[in-house]
Write a protein that binds this ligand. Sequence first.
Ligand SMILES: O=C(CO)COP(=O)(O)O
Length: 248
Amino acid sequence: MTGKLIAGNWKMNGSVSFATELVEGLLERLNQDAVSADFVVCPPAALLGTVLSLAKDTDLAVGGQDCHANVSGAHTGDTSAELLKDIGCGYVITGHSERRTDHGETNADVNAKSAAALTAGLTPIICIGETEAERVTGDTLNVIKTQVTESLPDDCDPDNIVLAYEPVWAIGTGKTATPADVADVHNFIRGLLNDRFGEDAAKKIRILYGGSVKPENAAELLAVSNVDGALVGGASLKVEDFWAIGVR
Ligand SMILES: O=C(CO)COP(=O)(O)O
């Protein structure tokens, strides 16, 4: 692990002109500022080619938003991790709560997709997080434990995985978990990773926080123990805001 990882999940937003303007804006800043954070953008699949051609040979990394667990085959509309790697991606988001909800993805599915990503040479950004109902009933840590246990592939290399804690109730709602809540969950996740991989290996795994991260709350959230970066939705669509989250 080096600096913080600031990942932008564009979700189903953008166009060729939007992507070009946003990526050019980021590259301009990457060239000018001394940056300790690593930046990655995850555009919709149809914009990957545009973004990759702009980001080629730069410090801006690019990721997909999902991949199929299989290498190839009759899976209309899906994209394999191999193909993402082949076109130049370095990362892929797996298990985002919107995919768990919209497409019924289970921890087992997320595990298989993350394993496929690792086999292809991509770093999966494996998403976990409790719903509002689970938080209210005090089940947050149990849910997190199950998700971490079941979503991480058996033989995964701690060098090549990223976790993202995104409380579902904080996504796109403007509600952010308090630094104390975030600390509780991130410290708990670190403990689970320590138990599984041993402390030396586990500390290589970056644990991102996601859910209504914006320039106004980024400093406070990124200062929390065991918060190694951010997975940013809405604010990653504005170059000034996305940049200000990682460079302060
Ligand atoms: O889901 C998210 C990133 O993956 C977070 O989205 P928002 O930053 O828009 O809340």
